[in-house]
Design a protein around this ligand. Sequence first.
Ligand SMILES: Cc1cc2nc3c(=O)[nH]c(=O)nc-3n(C[C@H](O)[C@H](O)[C@H](O)COP(=O)(O)OP(=O)(O)OC[C@H]3O[C@@H](n4cnc5c(N)ncnc54)[C@H](O)[C@@H]3O)c2cc1C
Length: 384
Amino acid sequence: MLATLRTRVSWVSVDLIPVKSPRNRASSRAVVVGGGLIGLCCANALSRRGWAVTIVAERQPGEASLAAGGILGPSVESAVGWTHAFGVKARDRYPELIDDLKDRTGIHVSLLRNGILEVALTAEEAARLEREAPIGSQWLTPESLRDMEPALGHASGALYHPGDGAVDNVLLLSALNRALAVDPSVEFADVKAMELLTRAGTASIGIRTRHGLHEGDVVVLAAGSWTPLLAGLPRKIPVTPVRGQMLALGAHPLTHVAYGPRGYIVPRGENSVAGSTMELSGFDVATTEEGTSAIAAAALSLCPPLRVAPEVARWCGLRPMTPDLLPIIGRDPAHASLLYACGHSRNGILLAPITGEIIASLADGEAAQPDVLPFSIERFRGKC
Ligand SMILES: Cc1cc2nc3c(=O)[nH]c(=O)nc-3n(C[C@H](O)[C@H](O)[C@H](O)COP(=O)(O)OP(=O)(O)OC[C@H]3O[C@@H](n4cnc5c(N)ncnc54)[C@H](O)[C@@H]3O)c2cc1C
């Protein structure tokens, strides 16, 4: 999936103005708009650094973080270069977050780190994958693949990407919500954010809701596909909803995440989650017969033993997609107290923990580590 992040982008530099330095930890408040995985990870990281946090979130049908497959796949499709390195760093943040949430909530969020299989179903596909294998990935012959995953015994081989895997994003959302609900420095405002209020030339910033104003030292915009709909934004945010339909099938013949030419399968508990479609249909969150049949056909050709598995559930969600498929992470160039954490496109589960850490360090007036200049909203200046 992160192969999409290989897209080259051009960007212009922005002044990295500290929000406040030094910051008064006792009184600093962050207002986070959005209660998906990105918003919750930002709130969590800010709270860990001593900020008081208000999460302004209104549940929406089609929230991406609940709908996702949970794949942590920076290496899939031979991603290379800095986006690959960033994705690997993001992936490797997961064990610490999962352990921390287990300590705080008792919820054990399942995390697969046994590698992803990129499966070839024809000899041509096998030759291409073997030829394009990135450093660190390994070509598996049909025999070795069969030894690893008997349910893929019909395939022509697979590229094995060690270290990649998947997280149960549904459980992760529950654990984060529970951890933050008992965190005394975090409050939830379960209401729609209507307008961003900024005052030119001052650090003053806030979010207006129908219940009143939430003021903060920083505001973090993390409302997924809905982010551009907020009134009062200082510039256009080029994020578009892209619908993805999913199926859960009631069997678990695989122990690894498997990618085929037309879809993927993620083992999750007793089920297999299969995805997905990419559709431009606005904010429509209905599943369709056409979409789910295509997913089922792709899943069965990838893993034939799933033929006997009953359909357990179908759903869809809205990916917050940017034109270059890279997220928007960083400060607004004109309002240093406005932070963007949106547009995570197809990789928001992978990138959520690292996004939270980066946003918290920017809020503290530090330079982001790793550098997020390529993710600046400035790259879209004059283009949207
Ligand atoms: C079908 C599908 C499969 C995917 N699979 C993967 C995968 O395998 N791996 C991966 O890394 N990524 C995957 N993704 C992408 C990933 O899910 C997203 O990039 C990520 O979840 C985005 O998180 P978010 O918090 O920005 O948005 P969301 O999860 O959509 O959350 C946005 C939040 O903002 C709230 N909100 C919206 N408007 C307002 C408002 N005005 N006021 C208050 N609150 C508001 C919403 O209610 C919601 O809680 C997938 C996405 C889809 C749809």
